[in-house]
Design a protein around this ligand. Structure first.
Ligand code: S3P
Length: 442
């Protein structure tokens, strides 16, 4: 087997300054393809994230007979086939590293009239899928997993499901979205009750496509029998990608950056709240609404950060930002404590263990706990860390170099392409001294 590998080498110091627009929101880009494909009419998307995860979703729909043009400079045009127009793919659908593609597609495909197999890379095939297959079975779906409850997922096209009322045992937008998609093909009503609020892009986009979704308190419900009407979508920049530079500017000296057109949907802004609690200087400028999603420009300047106890209710609202928030904690004065975040152990890597290991290598007192971490701020040294193929871990350790006293080398960074393909160029433009080194494993 021959594989390209990429390592990052980041020189210590540097100051982030200037303006940037980070790439499009990953969650919204996935959903734009899914709902565009199921709609009647043509959906035009601008600002689409041209990264491996979203391309995996796009390829899956093309394999099911949906005509999609692009992406070209973020523009994608999807000729919707309607709720009942998907065709059986000839082969298993390969979804790479993308948990969102797999969990949402599983719900959508459980109610089709054809069989499908969903598979992915080694990381995706280790991630828990029972959280979607169990409630789907209660809806009458036939989905096989491995004995460990992981992919490949073999989905039988039973054609029709039945609505359920499901109390979600985990706070997960992927599980919620999976069941709402299945609900499009279920008799009666499908209701999902959330443990805690999670990102609501699915609900917003369904509404944008003129499909009724009803929220009452912590419960979201949908009925089958409607149709989605195509519309144009302007994807804002991904706050999860912006977060790396927000932390970079907060921890660096003399930094002052403005990130333009960032999605600030209130179910995603936990990172801003947590950084502000730590003392960061963040301004949310020009707030506006675009296509049902809140958007703003975000200005961040250097400041002294202090350690905090992270409020547990903010965890689902910042779930993807903890790798870089751990770096902020390593640069803060005093101790930062995170709890209630066991979900981090089943992301693209075990983000609690992998981040604790890397921070310890860089001289930081970082103690993992079953559901979080305790980090005492200190002096970051240089060193070599392993991202374990996790895009957000790779980018988080790159940002740590701004405050390190020696170069940081990060191994296994190719998966940065799953969410932020121009990370290295954009980080360099803003002032991070980062180089990507390509190698080969034979
Ligand atoms: C996502 C939901 C989150 C997040 C993931 C994207 C989505 O996962 O971590 O990167 O697009 O719905 P969970 O809902 O499993 O927490």
């Amino acid at each position: 087997m021959q594989n390209d590998t990429i390592s990052f080498r980041v020189q210590p110091g540097g100051t982030l300054r200037g303006e940037a627009r980070v790439p499009g929101d990953k969650s919204i880009s996935h959903r734009s393809i899914m709902f565009g494909a199921l709609a009647e009419g043509t959906t035009r998307v601008a600002g689409f994230l041209e990264a491996e995860d979203c391309l995996a979703t796009m390829n899956a729909f093309q394999a099911m007979g949906v005509e999609i043009d692009g992406p070209e400079n973020g523009l994608v045009s999807i000729r919707g086939v309607g709720l009942h127009g998907l065709q059986a793919p000839k082969e298993p659908l390969y979804l790479g590293n993308s948990g969102t593609s797999m969990r949402l597609l599983c719900g959508l495909l459980a109610g089709q009239r054809f069989d499908t197999v969903l598979t992915g890379d080694a990381s995706l095939c280790r991630r828990p899928m029972k959280r979607v297959t169990e409630p789907l079975r209660a809806m009458g779906a036939v989905v096989e997993t491995t004995d460990a409850g992981t992919a490949p997922l073999r989905i039988k096209g039973v054609g029709r499901l039945r609505g359920i009322h499901y109390d979600m045992p985990v706070a997960s937008a992927q599980v919620k979205s999976c069941l709402l998609l299945a609900g499009l093909y279920a008799d009666g009503q499908t209701c999902v009750r959330e443990l805690a609020p999670t990102r609501d892009h699915t609900e917003r986009m369904l509404t944008g496509f003129s499909y009724p979704v009803v929220r009452a308190g912590d419960t979201v419900c949908i009925r089958s029998g409607g149709k989605l009407v195509a519309r144009d979508i302007d994807v804002p920049s991904d706050i999860s990608s912006a977060a790396f530079f927000m932390v970079g500017a907060a921890i660096g000296e003399g930094a002052d950056i403005t990130l333009k057109h960032v999605g600030v949907n209130p179910t995603r802004t936990g990172v801003i709240e947590i950084l502000r609690l730590m003392g960061a200087d963040i301004e949310v400028l020009n707030p506006r609404e675009i296509g049902g999603e809140a958007v703003a420009d975000i200005r961040i300047r250097s400041s002294r950060l202090n350690g905090i106890d992270i409020p547990e209710e903010l965890v689902p609202l910042a779930i993807d930002e903890f790798p870089v928030l751990f770096v902020a904690a390593a640069c803060a004065e005093g101790e930062t404590r995170l709890s209630g975040a066991e979900e981090l152990r089943v992301k693209e890597s075990d983000r609690i263990q992998v981040m604790a290991d890397g921070l310890q290598t860089l001289g930081i007192d970082a103690r993992p706990t079953p559901d979080g971490m305790i980090i005492r701020g200190g002096k970051l040294s240089g060193g070599k860390v392993d991202s374990h193929g996790d895009h957000r871990v790779a980018m988080a350790f790159s940002i740590a170099a701004l405050r390190a006293n020696g170069p940081i080398e990060i191994d296994d960074c190719a998966n940065v392409n799953t969410s932020f393909p121009n990370f290295v160029e954009l980080a360099r433009d803003l002032g991070l001294n980062i180089t990507a080194i390509c190698g080969e494993i034979i």
